[in-house]
Design a protein around this ligand. Structure first.
Ligand code: DLZ
Length: 517
């Protein structure tokens, strides 16, 4: 009788997984902790802690449900420390005749499994149906389109799912409430405190293993506070709906010098490893609009992120890989500045975004896009280096979501496939949307001179450097008009200022050293 070994990967911790739904009685379920997955980029220690603790809890849940489970722990003497070979070793040990898995979250693993087609032990891959759309759905939608704009994809998903729809029309009378979602924070404000998740014996054990093997990675486990069970994930969801969602919209783009989470959801970690389903999250949010506990701009902004953006970047990833990862249309060559690993810079916005990242393995999307992302874009950091950094440092970063966001959205390295223009900004933007500048030694009002915010000259330097690729973009015409009207002496001075800054950045200690583990 046929007997499968069913591999459940670290980001597939969902009981309704297709392989588990139809598992025969004799199936052996394998979860494999392997060193390769923690080290192929130097993941933040919280991220490793999340995966190890959540996988251990999920194995326990599966056993309680009556499944036969093999758990390969990092400390096992016979662990091969590679997912595929570990699965094959276990399949042989249990006399299984084939291996089943759900599409992995990374092309790298998917491709490695495809290459095993002719192996003695065949692999059978199932589609991951935990998303609203499949890669095939996205490919169908993308067929024949020159540009793959989120807005049209998102509207189609709203219609298809009926989420935030009223009699076939968008709830609130509009598809998009972005205009209402750009308020900076008031001078004084109170943010909800995130729930504190208790560490039970299994979590403590998993964190001790992470500490034992990966203590040199970014971060310290003293501040670890991520949900690692379904129950804890539901607590996070309830907290977001009750305390954050009502103000999530208006302050969606705001940045604070003191608070890392503001009104953001912290749900991506739980969603991306499978502890929450995007559908239940979206349905819960729309209920808040239906019952009047959250306004339309907040709920629409949130649904746009989960039903729109999250599905869109995943579709893009699967339809564009593997070439997407090699894209570098603006020809960036700079290494990642060393301070991305320790926050040791006197640019306050970058320092705080990186310190918060080190503390929590988290930064909200505007910090990722407009602070660490914008600086890398203006300096021309090579996509590979920046993508690896984002993948390593954020607990929610799986490649399917991280890569398009970093390479396409942040670095505009895909030639505008996903973003109609680069998200470049000067110090003025940071000053408008945050309270960083009042704590900074640089002034956002000055473009040249010792006190000038480096972002200002870098901004114009970026536009000048990439004039041939960007100046014909209709959304950039206005800014290139300003550049053209600028006096030559002013342009020269800005260029010199930016060049001097970039030269000292390149010679800073640790520059170009990629071994920050
Ligand atoms: C990120 C991560 C880590 C740190 N460790 C493991 C692991 O030990 N076992 C595992 O199955 N997955 C791990 N992951 C997640 C993987 O790197 C990868 O993102 C997914 O397996 C792709 O589906």
């Amino acid at each position: 009788m046929s007997q499968p070994l069913i591999v459940v990967l670290g980001d597939q911790l969902t009981l309704s997984l297709p392989t588990l739904r139809q598992a025969p009685e004799n199936a052996v379920i394998a979860l494999c902790e392997v060193a390769n997955e923690a080290q192929y980029v130097p993941h933040h220690i919280h991220k490793i802690g999340v995966f190890l603790a959540a996988m251990r809890h999920f194995a326990q849940t599966l056993r309680e449900k009556g499944f036969t489970v093999h758990y390969s722990a990092l400390g096992d003497a016979d662990n091969t420390h590679d997912i595929l070979s570990e699965a094959e070793r276990l399949a042989n040990a249990y006399n299984c005749d084939h291996i089943q898995a759900v599409r992995p979250g990374e092309w790298r693993l998917w491709h490695a499994i495809q290459k095993r087609e002719d192996a003695a032990l065949p692999w059978q891959l199932f589609e991951d149906d935990r998303f609203f759309t499949t890669p095939e759905d996205f490919a169908q939608w993308a067929k024949g389109r020159k540009q793959l704009r989120l807005e049209y994809f998102y509207r189609e998903q709203r219609k298809r799912t009926g989420l935030l729809m009223e009699n076939g029309e968008p709830a609130g009378g509009k598809w998009n409430f972005d205009h209402d979602n750009r308020e900076p924070l008031p001078e004084t404000f109170e943010v909800p405190r995130p729930p504190q998740h208790q560490h039970d014996a299994l979590t403590r054990e998993a964190l001790a293993v992470a500490q034992q093997h990966f203590s040199q990675h970014m971060g310290t486990l003293e501040t670890f506070n991520w949900p690692v069970t379904r129950r804890q994930a539901l607590v996070e969801l309830r907290h977001f709906l009750d305390h954050c969602l009502p103000d999530f919209g208006r302050y969606q783009d705001a940045i604070s010098d003191t608070d890392p989470f503001l009104f953001h959801s912290r749900l991506a970690v739980a969603m991306n490893i499978g502890l929450l389903s995007p559908r239940e999250v979206c349905e819960a949010a729309t209920t808040c609009y239906d019952t009047g506990s959250a306004p339309i701009n907040a709920v629409e902004g949130f649904i746009r992120q989960v039903l729109g953006w999250r599905e869109y970047v995943r579709g893009l990833y699967w339809t564009q890989m593997p070439n997407y990862k090699r894209e570098n249309r603006l020809g960036f060559t700079r290494d990642l500045p060393a301070f991305y690993w320790d926050g040791n810079t006197d640019m306050r916005c970058l320092q705080r975004a990186i310190e918060m990242t080190i503390d929590n393995s988290y930064a909200h999307h505007i910090q990722r896009l407009m602070v660490t992302g914008n600086f890398a874009l203006l300096c021309g950091v090579k996509p590979e280096a920046l993508c690896d950094w984002y993948l390593a440092v954020y607990a929610d970063a799986c490649e399917w979501v991280e890569l398009p966001n970093t390479l396409g959205m942040v670095l505009h390295a895909d030639g505008g496939l996903m973003g109609s223009k680069p998200y470049c900004a000067s110090g003025k933007y940071i000053d408008r949307m945050s309270d960083h500048c009042q704590h900074c030694r640089y002034s956002p009002k000055q473009v040249t001179g010792a006190k000038a915010c480096p972002l200002n000259s870098l901004y114009w330097h970026f536009l000048e450097t990439h004039e041939s690729e960007l100046s014909q973009n209709p959304r950039m015409k206005l800014i290139y008009g300003s550049l053209a009207r600028m006096k030559t002496e002013k342009r020269d001075a800005m260029r010199q200022q930016a060049d001097a800054f970039l030269a000292q950045l390149d010679t800073a200690p640790g520059y170009g050293d990629a071994t920050h583990t």
